[in-house]
Design a protein around this ligand. Structure first.
Ligand code: BJW
Length: 262
């Protein structure tokens, strides 16, 4: 990564009044959580995540899809926020009124101290009844035993809703499903009102989340990207920092504000 680009990004960040950080799976990669488009391992190796993350897959084979989500939930529960997550929480402290918009279904931003965090694609920790989006499924707290998944994963039947006995499904947004309206409205509003949008660790191919950097740019914000790889978002970015989140973000925060407790 070139120092001149880092300094340019740090100047932008240091003088911003509102920052939005849009994150994707890459922010959690260095916590040991695989990105969405990484190859899967174990029982899941022969499946494409894009095929598993659908309502059709859940209806066709609920035990397979529920088992996959429980395996991922167990991995996330054992993971810790990395220096990239901590640097983002520091940005929010340094620039009050800043927001994190994440496509991730983990809770690593919250555990790093970030507030507010807008979840566009739901959460691994909010399962709900398939039969009635409006009535919360009374799912028992997950015990440590249940979180102790075998490394290779296992098929698991989904629990039943305590109100109506329909299957409980993961509380995430699958392809073809609408994003939570409140979260999407808040994300679009924050993007349209920020000075700097920092896009971190997202391939920028899943909509409507991929439109958010463009919304910010069209509203006058400067878009900065942190990703080791080129993405379709490169074209709206004023600065592309090629590197990993856990390396680049702490360096960016230090360049913007000096040494901080990240
Ligand atoms: C690092 C790194 C390190 C690695 N540091 N970086 C417009 C055009 C075309 C299609 C559509 C469109 N609008 C809608 C669509 C359809 C569809 C879509 O976008 N399809 C595309 C694939 C073509 N969108 C939808 O279906 C959405 N719904 C919708 O539009 O509904 C309309 C509707 C309205 C009203 C009623 C009904 C319907 C829903 C999208 C939901 C996406 N859900 C998923 C699964 C969530 C649950 C789960 O996790 O299982 O969300 S899909 C998956 O992709 C997941 C992710 O959040 C999302 C984005 O992936 P992300 O985060 O970018 O990860 P990766 O793996 O792709 O990339 C990682 C990046 O990190 C890479 O760039 C690496 O280089 C980088 N990296 N290490 C920094 N250390």
């Amino acid at each position: 990564m070139e120092g001149v680009l880092l300094r340019r990004a740090a100047e932008l960040l240091g003088s911003a009044r509102r920052v939005v950080v849009l994150t994707g799976a890459g922010i959690s990669a260095e916590s040991g959580v695989p990105t969405f488009r990484d190859g899967l391992t174990g029982l899941w190796a022969r499946f494409d995540p894009q095929q598993l993350a659908t309502a059709e897959a859940f209806h066709a084979d609920p035990d397979l899809v529920w088992g996959w989500y429980e395996w991922r939930r167990a991995r996330v529960s054992r993971a810790e926020p990395n220096p990239g997550h901590l640097a983002i929480a520091t940005i929010q402290t340094r620039v009050p009124g800043s927001a994190v918009i994440t496509q991730n279904v983990d809770d690593l931003h919250e555990r790093a101290g970030a507030r507010p965090v807008i979840h566009l694609h739901g959460s691994l920790f909010a399962p709900r009844c398939v039969a009635a989006a409006a009535h919360p499924a009374a799912v028992e707290e997950t015990t440590d035993d249940e979180l102790a998944q075998p490394d290779e994963g296992r098929r698991m039947p989904p629990p039943r809703c305590a109100s109506c006995a329909a299957p409980v499904r993961p509380g995430v947004v699958w392809f073809g499903e609408a994003l939570p309206e409140e979260a999407l409205t808040a994300a679009v509003g924050a993007a349209a009102a920020c000075d700097v949008l920092l896009a971190v660790g997202t391939s920028g191919v899943v909509y409507p989340a991929a439109e958010i950097p463009g919304i910010a740019a069209r509203s006058g914000a400067t878009v900065v990207q942190v990703n080791p790889q080129p993405t379709p978002l490169d074209q709206v970015c004023a600065v592309n920092l090629r590197g990993t989140a856990a390396q680049v973000l702490p360096a960016l925060v230090t360049a913007a504000w000096g040494e901080t407790d990240q």
